[in-house]
Design a protein around this ligand. Structure first.
Ligand code: HDE
Length: 733
């Protein structure tokens, strides 16, 4: 999408006024739909909003050079007024986000299951915009909060926009939309003192969760390392709900959507996440931006799990229950295409902030299931945009406009952009030839899947939703030992911040339903016992006239005891692309080994930064000048994936005596990262607390020969982390 300069309102750089027409419906049908709205000020004069060239933007209009300021100053007033109105309400959830443009390319046609053209035509590249987010925090909160991540993708297809508004976890906390405001009120900062920001570790959240056993499965995910990703580029994405595909013959099947990152699924340590929040609260946003900016485009494969309609009741759980996933062992994920994010937004507000996702943005061939959470979302998203974006014309904002033409009889309202021609804005009409007209199904008209429903009108929940613990247990059992430890620690941390002991105890009773060992470890850490007989009091989600016995959790013994796809330990570990490696050095460093290792890392797509006691240049032992990227004061080990210490007598002596350098290494070891040192740099390692432990640690490589060292270091970085290091759990900070 080429950008076009707009110098004066309605005129492009050549003085052509053709852009004046761009608001007319039908003229916006081109793929460059965003272009007429972009403005590039390079080489242009400063103007007011009416295009008047401004002569003095430094001084307001005054009576004499010492004032007073005159009300007449329309330039001052226009500028300040606009500034006063710059903010819009942030999203009530998912306020903190980062976005990017990209493309989606289909591998093979899915015509047998869906008639959606962008999933049929392997030649089309569908433009996409993705917004990643955290859920609980405000717009300015840290990226590294323990939280679910939003993973919302808009496909600008040839049949209109399709929004896949998912998360990085495949299930959700609640089963019915009516509980969503309760969940969110509970997790947001507490209403009396607005504490804590972007954190679930407080009483109201766990109060709600402890009384809502349907959240058990999601709690296992949220307390796992999935909630603290290493990068937005290293997260899976899930549509969560079961959707419906419909083919050209009208045959429907159920479908679950997945995004599989080609860099694998990786996370950081919780202690590290908390440090990153201080050192660089924009860590994920910056990482995404830098990767795209450097041409290391993030990629995901789109996967689908397809269940024929006749198999709807074949599972031990209900496909409509959003607290359940379909284990990949039962229904494999077919990878059907690839999404590549290849362009950063030009303007955060205009694109990332103003994009208005909605589950109801679908195309023919994609339809909904009756999942009660999904059904509620179909109401919420448009409603929230009306408040957030200020009126009914938010679909006309460039980032929200589809690539295809929009024609209907909707008119007027705040900030209307479209200049509709003609006399008619109603249907049927004779004057306008009854246009715009309805499209037959064969002409691409959307026809809702005519699912047969015969039922009584009730406020109720299906009994098939009542097994709250089997999949929570399946998830926990599928984790590696370090992952299980991290879940135990996360629960101990979070519940440790809860002040009300009764809430802690009730949570222990919930955990005991999932795994007795887990509950016992958390109980130990909290200094409590698992209470007895709380089990039956757990579920408060019952109507006033309901009988608690009718709402008791069911315990269905699942046929699957373990699912490999649920553990990050089984993810791809074959690349160091975009991994950040710190080289600690000082004057007198062995420049040859430094450069050899740097080149080896960069050849594999890794990113290297030289960190030294001060900025500027280092002088190597051979008098070579080496550029310093960060000083030890400004750098932090938590912002890197691995660290290397080259030799050189003076450099090594300086670093061994530098507390920041030693701390850098200690922290990298604590966070289970790959560490390498030349044979004569061992003196620096000896200053660390872990120098005695390196013999048995695969992730710490100390060699004389730089070639072997490079190869082994790269192999270690590919492993991401050496979590086994934590086992004795005696790593000091
Ligand atoms: Fe959302 N959600 N949600 N949600 N959600 C919003 O819409 C809502 C749910 C998700 O980057 C809001 O535009 C209800 C599940 C993402 O702009 C709001 C319910 C999943 C984003 C809203 C849910 C999501 C949102 C706030 C329960 C995973 C960010 C701002 C019925 C499948 C989109 C906005 C972006 C945003 C409502 C549950 C994902 C208020 C009522 C389940 C990724 O409309």
């Amino acid at each position: 999408m080429a950008s076009k300069k707009i110098t004066e309102k309605g005129k492009d750089a050549t003085g052509d006024t053709k852009n004046l027409d761009k608001g007319v419906q039908g003229d916006n049908a081109k793929t460059e739909n965003l272009a007429p709205h972009t403005a590039d000020s390079t080489g242009e004069f400063l103007t007011t909003n009416t295009g008047l060239k401004i002569n003095d933007d430094q001084n307001s209009l005054k009576a004499g050079d010492r004032g007073a300021t005159l009300l007449e100053d329309f330039i001052l007033r226009e500028k300040i007024t606009h500034f006063d109105h710059e903010r819009i309400p942030e999203r009530v959830v998912h306020a903190r986000g980062s976005g990017a443009h990209g493309v989606f390319k289909l591998y093979d046609s899915l015509a047998p299951v869906t008639k959606a053209l962008f999933l049929n035509d392997t030649k089309t590249e569908t433009p996409v915009f993705v917004r990643f987010s955290t859920v609980a925090g405000s717009k300015g909160s840290t990226d590294l909060a323990r939280d679910v991540r939003g993973f919302a993708v808009r496909f600008y297809t040839q049949e209109g926009n399709f929004d896949l508004v998912g998360n990085n976890m495949p299930v959700f906390f609640i089963q019915d939309a009516i509980k969503f405001p309760d969940l969110i009120h509970a997790v947001k900062p507490e209403p009396d003192n607005e504490i804590p920001q972007a954190a679930s570790a407080h009483d109201t959240f766990w109060d709600f969760i402890s009384l809502t056993p349907e959240s058990s499965h999601m709690i296992m995910w949220a307390m796992s390392d999935r909630a603290i990703p290493r990068s937005l580029r290293m997260m899976e994405g899930f549509g969560v709900h079961t959707f419906r595909f419909v083919n050209a013959e009208g045959v429907a099947s159920f479908v679950k959507f997945h995004w599989k990152p080609l860099l694998g699924v990786h996370s950081v340590a919780w202690d590290e996440a908390q440090n990153i929040s201080g050192k660089d609260p924009d860590f994920h946003r910056r990482d995404l931006w830098d990767a795209i900016d450097s041409g290391a485009f993030p990629e995901w494969e789109l996967g689908v799990q397809i269940v024929p309609e006749k198999d709807e009741f074949k599972f031990e759980f209900d496909l409509l229950d959003p607290t359940k996933l379909i284990p990949e062992e039962l229904v494999p994920v077919q990878r059907i295409g690839k999404m590549t994010l290849n362009r950063n937004p030009d303007n955060f507000f205009a694109e990332t902030e103003q994009i208005a996702f909605h589950l109801g943005h679908v195309v023919p061939g994609i339809d909904f299931s009756n999942d009660p959470l999904l059904q509620g979302r179909l109401f919420s998203y448009t409603d929230t945009q009306l408040l957030r974006l200020g009126g009914p014309n938010f679909q006309e904002i460039p980032i929200n406009r589809p690539l295809v033409p929009v024609h209907n009889n909707q008119r007027d309202g705040h900030m209307r952009q479209t200049i509709n021609k003609g006399k008619t804005s109603y249907s049927p009409n004779f004057i306008g030839g009854n246009d715009p007209r309805q499209a037959k199904e064969a002409e691409g008209g959307f026809v809702t899947y005519p699912e047969r429903i015969s039922a009584s009108k009730v406020r109720a929940r299906s009994k098939s939703f009542f097994d709250h613990f089997s999949q929570a247990r399946l998830f926990f059992n599928s984790q590696s030992d370090p992952e299980k430890n991290h879940i135990t620690d996360a629960l101990s941390f979070e519940l440790g911040k809860v002040k009300t002991v009764a809430i802690r105890e009730r949570m222990l009773a919930v955990l005991a339903q999932i795994d007795k060992g887990l509950a016992a470890e958390v109980a130990y850490s909290l200094g409590l016992h698992i209470p007895e007989n709380i089990g039956e009091q757990l579920n408060q989600n019952i109507p006033a006239d309901g009988d608690p016995a009718d709402y008791a959790s069911l315990q269905v013994e699942g046929s699957l005891s373990k699912s490999d796809a649920l553990s990050m330990a089984n993810t791809i570990k074959n690349s160091i692309k975009t991994r950040k490696v710190a080289i600690l050095a000082a004057d007198g460093v062995d420049g040859k080994t430094l450069n050899t290792l740097k080149s080896a890392i960069e050849a594999e797509g890794g990113i290297v930064e030289v960190i030294a006691p001060r900025l500027g240049f280092l002088t190597s032992v051979n008098d070579e000048k080496i550029h310093v990227d960060e000083s030890l004061l400004g750098a932090a080990s938590v912002l890197f994936d691995a660290v290397y210490v080259p030799g050189g007598t003076n450099s090594v002596a300086t670093l061994a005596a530098d507390a920041d350098a030693v701390h850098f290494l200690n922290e990298a070891f604590k966070h289970c990262k790959a560490i390498a040192a030349d044979g004569d740099a061992i003196q620096v390692l000896e200053a660390t607390y872990f120098s005695k432990k390196i013999e048995n640690d695969e992730g710490v490589i100390v060699r004389k020969n730089i070639r072997d060292l490079s190869a082994q270091f790269i192999a270690a970085i590919k492993q991401h982390r050496f979590w086994e290091r934590e086992k004795p759990r005696k790593i000091p900070a």
